[in-house]
Ligand binder design. Structure first.
Ligand code: ADP
Ligand code: MG
Length: 314
């Protein structure tokens, strides 16, 4: 077993209510470790408690109970060292619009007391591919550039742990790929990366280990391979050219059902066959295919599966 970069024990957060709002239990006793050197995914739907957890690590939200250790340093008793060992990219992008990327990084270096000679502003701008925007006003940067600048800003003090809260929420496919690349590069250099996401596909692509949180509770914490094995089903919806009475059949179909006047939905296991093989089977049985769509098991499917299988609980 490798060392834990982050240890979270029995973490509880209750937000006080205000006005008509009742108090809210955002974290109900969450415990897990983030292994050193990993890319770790914290996955859960909106409102699950992901940002609350991240913001507690960042020192932006006070916890109600439990312990958090960052790189072995308790965030209460050794706040300074805990903070020095983590870099956080918050979910909301906030910048002073009148600073340039270079100035943003220099200011942050100053904030951490790093002498001018030891600052890494140029190197970091290059790493996030913003060297040609070095002197542009931050307000003129695109959303994706701002996000990358925030990552550079979080790395100014060279922390061994980088935390990204929903780095790709609302970004286009191209930019998402770029951010994934950046995460992989940093991890290859030895940085432990924690990211939150509500995209299953993203966690699956990037993370070695995935913790799933829902309604403030940890419902799973497993190596990605195991988790994906549990939800390896894929669904193909086939629209055929004419109404039908008999459904196509194959021993490898997990499920095959009518989903509309001319629509057949076939569920299969990705490890047993491909969508192409499914379609070939359907055609062999005399169906003429007009249209096709496929869908992966999504977060909802995973929740259903996890909560219906006791042994799957973390
Ligand atoms: P996520 O990041 O997974 O979407 P959050 O941690 O932002 O979830 O929110 C978890 C729950 O806590 C939600 O029900 C949210 O409404 C509530 N919450 C978050 N921040 C506050 C706050 N400052 N005051 C009161 N309730 C909050
Ligand atoms: Mg959030």
């Amino acid at each position: 077993m490798s060392e834990a970069a982050i240890e979270i024990r029995d973490l509880v957060k209750e937000y006080a209510g205000s006005g008509d709002e009742p108090p809210k239990m955002a974290l109900k006793g969450v415990s897990f470790d983030v292994p050193e050197g990993s890319v770790f995914g914290l996955l859960g739907p909106n409102g699950a408690g992901k940002s609350t957890l991240i913001n507690i690590m960042a020192g932006l939200v006070n916890k109600t109970g439990g312990q958090v250790k960052i790189w072995g340093h308790d965030i209460d008793s050794d706040h300074r060292n805990a903070k020095l060992n983590i870099g956080i990219v918050p979910q909301e992008i906030v910048f002073d619009p009148f600073f340039t990327p270079f100035e943003v990084l220099e200011n942050q270096g100053g904030f951490y007391g790093i002498s001018k000679a030891l600052r890494r502003s140029e190197e970091l701008l290059k790493a996030v591919r913003l060297e040609d925007k070095r002197n542009a006003y931050a307000r003129t940067l695109s959303g994706g550039m701002k996000r990358r600048l925030l990552i550079a800003k979080a790395m100014v003090h060279s922390p061994p742990i980088l935390v990204l809260d929903e780095p790709t929420a609302g970004v286009d496919v191209e930019l998402r790929k770029q951010l994934w690349e950046l995460v992989n590069e940093l991890n290859a250099e030895g940085v432990t990366v924690v990211l939150t996401t509500h995209y299953l596909e993203e966690a699956e692509e990037l993370c070695e280990q995935i913790a799933i949180i829902n309604h403030g509770e940890l419902i799973a914490n497993k190596p990605t391979r195991e988790l994906v094995g549990m939800m390896g089903e894929k669904i193909v919806a086939v629209t055929v050219d004419d109404d039908f009475t008999d459904l196509p059949a194959d021993p490898r179909f997990r499920k095959c059902e009518r989903a509309g006047e001319r629509v057949i939905e076939i569920t299969f296991d990705k490890s047993e066959m491909t969508a192409g093989q499914v379609l070939a089977k359907v055609q062999q049985q005399g169906f003429v295919i007009d249209d096709v769509s496929t869908r992966e098991a999504d977060l909802e499917d995973v929740f259903v599966q996890l909560t219906s299988q006791d042994d799957a609980l973390a």
